[in-house]
Design a protein around this ligand. Structure first.
Ligand SMILES: [Ca+2]
Length: 154
């Protein structure tokens, strides 16, 4: 199992198959040091990746990073700034419509409610189209780390 810090542990069943019981956590090492994937949120998986008969460990992590994109041209920047400005305007309208659908003073009349919901869907579509015009400020991704099990030295 892995943890948010990026460490991985082996926890053996010290009970039985029908009455399992967790044993102590063993922090797994690689190269003589405890494994610590750099971005944290370690998700380990044991598999014989190289087919030599020993289980190896693959560990996924997660990172939130600013995407490495080329600088926009002046024309692209102008279009992106316009899309961001329009998004801000629409965001206020969006909040008003959400309040009309979900808020404490939400619209009760079914016909009026249907009208507001339709307006909200149209606004959501418009906002989605605008979002596609603006590069993301941050992206989530991750790496997969491979730890090959080797026979003990000596
Ligand atoms: Ca192997």
């Amino acid at each position: 199992m892995g943890d948010i810090r990026g460490r991985i542990f082996l926890v053996r069943n010290v009970g039985t198959k029908t009455e399992p019981e967790y044993g102590p956590e063993l922090h797994l090492n690689a190269g003589g040091k405890p494994i610590l994937v750099p971005c944290g949120d370690a998700g380990p998986h044991a598999a014989d990746w190289d087919g030599d008969g020993d289980l190896d460990v693959l560990v996924g992590d997660i990172a939130t990073m600013k995407p490495d994109l080329p600088e926009p041209t002046a024309e692209e920047k102008k279009a992106q700034d316009a899309a961001r400005a329009e998004m801000e305007t629409l965001q206020a309208k969006y909040q008003q419509l959400v309040d009309k659908v979900l808020g404490a003073n939400r619209v009760k009349d079914p016909a009026e409610r249907e009208k507001v919901q339709k307006e909200l869907r149209e606004l959501q579509n418009k906002m989605q189209a605008l979002r596609a015009k603006v590069p993301p400020e941050y992206e989530n991704h991750g790496w997969v780390w491979y730890f090959e099990r080797r026979p003990a030295e000596g």
